[in-house]
Write a protein that binds this ligand. Sequence first.
Ligand code: ZN
Ligand code: ZN
Length: 282
Amino acid sequence: MTKIKTVTILGSGTSTGIPMVGCYCAVCLSTDPRDRRLRSSILLTTNDNKKILIDTSPDLRQQCFAHKIEHLDAVIITHGHADHTHGIDELRPLTYIRSFKKLPILPLFCSKICAGILKQKFSYIFDSNYNNGLKILGGGIPLLSLCPIKLEKRKWTEVKICGLKINFFLCPHGHGQSMSFATSNFAYIVDCHQIPSSSVKLLKKKKLKMLMIDCLQKKVQNTHLTMQQSFDYIKEIRPKNALLFHMNHDLSHQFLEDQIKKNFKKRDTKVVPAEDNTIIKL
Ligand SMILES: [Zn+2]
Ligand SMILES: [Zn+2]
């Protein structure tokens, strides 16, 4: 059975990254390397060495260099926000390598709503009539085949990607929805301000080895989970391990570690704040 072997944290920060441009707060000025966070993205490597990239962050180019990413088998985009999509053009060289090797066009999976957003935002990639259908000259475009997933509210949809069974589901994220997912041992709860109770129930049943969960800041906000809400969901879902991500400059790594100590007992889930460039073995 295909399983996830490793999860590489390419970035664990919110949309601005940390430090934030023009900000001189204690976290943005922190000398603790764990407080430097690129925009959120992960790389899944399966037990048969297939590579699945989750989101194309604006930092994708440097994330590829940091981890020598030279080949991808699939891309999943969780939702259309800039911090999860605006690095899409950096896929160009990776898709060219596939065409030199005569491999099929790189598949990009996303929800149907997100596919519409991508077509609008990146019409030069996805609209064959772009520029009146004239042949593309110069540096070209990322060669991607868009694979929209039909998702229904309160339901999970299973899709096999690179042999890996992935259950996708929607979570409310501000005015829109983002696409989270779970495999047999791992779940990724991306940008959302709530997890529908039907999905919490299913996540609980999974007895997850690792849960990665959105954790923006202390104060309640209408698009993301707060630190306390993330803690509450972890306590309810009870995975073996949990990783907090998508933090903004309100939460230093050290502060989060201290809060975890206060909120979780030894026999509970082992919770840690995600750290850029770590590779987690599942
Ligand atoms: Zn985001
Ligand atoms: Zn978002």
